[in-house]
Design a protein around this ligand. Structure first.
Ligand SMILES: Cc1cc2nc3c(=O)[nH]c(=O)nc-3n(C[C@H](O)[C@H](O)[C@H](O)COP(=O)(O)O)c2cc1C
Length: 361
């Protein structure tokens, strides 16, 4: 199956940077790669273009989440999603993507952004098959809406795993008899975050409150569409929620109520676990996560990561330990992703920055 990138993608569906017919393959592959999912839609990367087929990926420290992601784990999972999406896009151009992950070694927090996370090299492969997940790239969206319909079946889970598995990342589903307990931890963990000023304050800086702000910044989370609010509820939300009032007790309460309803509607809970918790594990997890999300999309299933109970700040220690015990994870293994899965109405489109603004120099 060879699908041209130009026929498959409807650019009105996803804020893709404009096509440049003269662009070298590395730019064309990255143009699609940067529509990858990232924590809080921070898009925490900069890219150094080294040639028409090579680039280096760096972390952008200005886009870190020091309170909710103190280790930099989630932002590096996000690098994994970008790399995998770039590799999938490369197959549609007749190239195989080769990655040299952490070419200068693992980094301490202070070193983030000073050394590359990966060198990317596109190698011509005229006979390469277009990755089957390529056609789902523009359709993939995180859905924070309530889910409906039947539970995720064993067969659906197996298909998702088949198309996403990589050595070193274990995918699982929370079993039926632990579902209610897991949902309770997920809800409590979100409440911990939302009711803590510095933690929630950090998330608030990534919430976007107007179309103008979204257009200007091209990142973050579109607040008004994030829970699928429509009609009168959306109107009320627009009237009452402003950056300065969003953390008012009443607004936090209604935010949590909407979240709790969405959490309770999960039709499956996917887990991704690594045997250790290194930067390479984080990047590997991102690669698996996005493939799983694309594979699920092909089955009509949506994803929403629910990351709070996995996070590594002291206020979360108890709930993180509870979730680890429920999933059966013990140190040095790490539960890297916990994901609400189900069917929903189409979720909102999330913004992206222009490729040009991400390229260094
Ligand atoms: C590592 C990681 C953690 C995430 N955690 C959450 C989360 O806790 N809650 C949530 O609603 N979305 C979460 N997301 C989804 C992102 O917010 C989403 O990918 C981003 O806003 C872009 O939107 P899109 O996926 O629709 O393109 C996470 C994504 C990644 C990669």
């Amino acid at each position: 199956m060879t699908e041209s990138i130009y026929t498959v993608f409807d650019t009105s569906d996803r804020p893709l940077s404009a096509i440049d017919a003269d662009a070298p393959p590395i730019l064309e592959a990255l143009r699609i790669g940067i529509t990858a999912p990232s924590a809080h839609n921070t898009q925490p990367w900069t890219i150094d273009i080294r040639s028409g087929t090579e680039a280096s990926l760096y972390f952008d420290p200005a886009r870190s989440l020091p309170f909710t992601d103190p280790l930099g784990r989630q932002v590096h999972i996000s690098h994994g999603t970008l790399l995998e999406m770039t590799a999938i896009a490369a197959t549609s151009l007749g190239y195989r993507a080769e990655f040299n992950i952490l070419p200068e070694g693992e980094m301490s927090f202070a070193e983030f952004g000073t050394k590359p996370t990966a060198h990317i090299r596109l190698v011509p492969a005229p006979d390469i098959e277009v990755d089957l997940l390529f056609g789902r790239i523009l359709h993939r969206r995180t859905s924070r809406r309530a889910y409906e319909g039947q539970r995720v079946t064993e067969a659906e889970f197996r298909k998702i795993v088949e198309q996403s598995k990589r050595e070193g990342v274990d995918a699982g589903m929370i079993p039926e008899d632990r579902f209610a307990e897991a949902t309770e931890i997920i809800k409590q963990a979100v409440a911990v975050e939302v009711n803590d000023r510095p933690l929630y304050g950090e998330s608030l800086t990534w919430f976007r409150f107007s179309k103008r702000e979204i257009a200007e910044k091209g990142d973050g989370i579109n607040l008004f569409t994030m829970s699928g609010l429509t009609g009168l509820m959306l109107h009320l939300a627009r009237l009452t929620m402003r950056p300065r009032t969003f953390d008012a007790a009443l607004n936090r309460k209604s935010f949590l109520k909407t979240f709790d309803q969405a959490a309770a509607s999960a039709r499956g809970l996917l887990t991704l676990v690594t045997p250790t918790n290194t930067m390479s594990d984080w990047i590997n997890t991102g690669r698996v996560y996005v493939r799983a999300q694309l594979a699920a999309d092909a089955l009509g299933l949506r994803f929403q990561p629910v990351s709070q109970s996995l996070q590594e700040f002291p206020e979360m220690d108890k709930l993180r330990a509870k979730m680890d015990a429920l999933v059966g994870v013990t140190t040095p293994a790490k539960l890297q992703m916990l994901v609400r899965v189900g069917r929903s109405q189409p979720p909102a489109l999330s913004p992206r920055r222009e490729l040009g603004s991400i390229i260094r120099g």
